[in-house]
Design a protein around this ligand. Sequence first.
Ligand code: SF4
Length: 325
Amino acid sequence: MDQPLVTVRDLRLQFRTYAGIVHALNGIDLEIHEQDMLGLVGETGCGKSMTGVCILGLVPRGGEIVSGSIVFRGEELLGKPESYMQTIRGAKIAMIFQDPSSSLNPLFTIGQQLETVMRRHQRADKSQMRDRALELLKVVELPDPARILKTYPHELSGGMKQRASIAIALSCGADLLIADEPTTDLDVTVQAQILDLLRRLRETQGVAILMITHDLAVVAETCQRVAVLYAGQVVESGPVDEVLFEAKHPYTRALLEASPKRSSRGKTLQAIPGTVPSGLQPLEGCAFSPRCPHAMEICGQAPPRISVAPSHTVYCFLYADSEER
Ligand code: SF4
């Protein structure tokens, strides 16, 4: 396979809090390929969004990446100065947020906001920028682009605002879009339209998408590959059909059993017993062991990375007899 667009290895992020050091990411391993649509899924607090902001070089205040590597197009991003990351952010890697109302500036028109981002990363005169802005609004399938250019965010519906945000994210030809719960705040019918749009953009614009979501149905409908996170670690990753329909890791299986979609197909909704680790203690052994029905003595050690099929990886002692890579 070609060199990945992004390779994340052993990424560890900590926060200093009044309660102590919180271990937010505990060795994330991830690969995103060109034109990939990779779902990053897990419960609230598992580190999905933190992984996205680390790739963008936007670690929140109080946070520190203590080890690991983030390689983008063969270049290590960790340790690069902020001035360099500003040339990557928006131009090469862009983000789409959950709430378009807070990501768009209410004081400026959509056209002005598109122009601001383009001017930061590209050389073009006013009329070229206007043409490009009109083209982008067509790409995201907003009706009457000339009118939309002059509108303020509050004049648009939630779905239209999210389309405008996607146009801004695409405006400098980014190779990777990080979409953080991009449909959670939208009506169900609009959610489906936005997911359809993202799927089409991957093909028509040649962009890779990291889809951060808590919703397995979103992953099943839109993604080609998925990585399941638990307590700041990837526990299983691979093609969506394999991971969601032939799940190996006990946590992935529990997550599927807790999914309302699965319940509606005639199965009872199963809550996952126990609670997610607080992150205040460094992980020792398998983080899922206190909740795992298959936990063994050996699970007190760090689980091995097992390849159960080509491109399908699980971190669990249950598969220790399978080929390990
Ligand atoms: Fe369960 Fe052990 Fe596998 Fe962890 S490593 S998921 S505790 S069987």
